[in-house]
Design a protein around this ligand. Structure first.
Ligand code: FES
Length: 119
């Protein structure tokens, strides 16, 4: 699906959805909340505010269906997905993607990427 020429302009320059969903402890896919999704989402929100980045909105999301990679986020309108393990990963995404307009290749998820073992 693509934007149409006469669609309204974007309300946010970047809209970031961070999964904080919780699944039961025995779910084989695991979940973002059990891997620190809430803490990292809160950190990202604080960081984006501290950095005073115009036009960026950080929202909590329910399950984004890429649980095995969690915690995950997706940034629109680019549609770029990232996994993140810690605050340093969040810092890098903020600095390079949200502020710099670059990509953090080492944390990006590809559409056809095979899920790691939930183990
Ligand atoms: S629990 Fe986060 S993507 Fe499903």
């Amino acid at each position: 699906m693509t934007r149409k020429e006469d669609d309204p302009g974007l309300y946010f320059e970047a809209h970031v959805f961070v999964c904080t969903n919780q699944r039961s402890a025995d779910d084989p896919r695991g979940c973002c909340q059990a891997r620190g999704g809430v803490k990292l989402r809160n950190y990202l929100k604080r960081k984006a505010k501290m950095e005073n980045i115009d036009g960026v909105r950080v929202n909590v999301a329910g399950c984004l269906d890429r649980c095995e990679f969690g915690p995950v986020m997706v940034i629109y309108p680019e549609g770029v997905w990232y996994r993140m393990d810690n605050e340093a990963d969040v810092d890098e995404i903020v600095e390079r993607h949200l502020k710099g307009g670059e990509r953090v290749e080492r944390l990006m998820l590809q559409p056809d990427e095979a899920a790691p073992d939930a183990g």
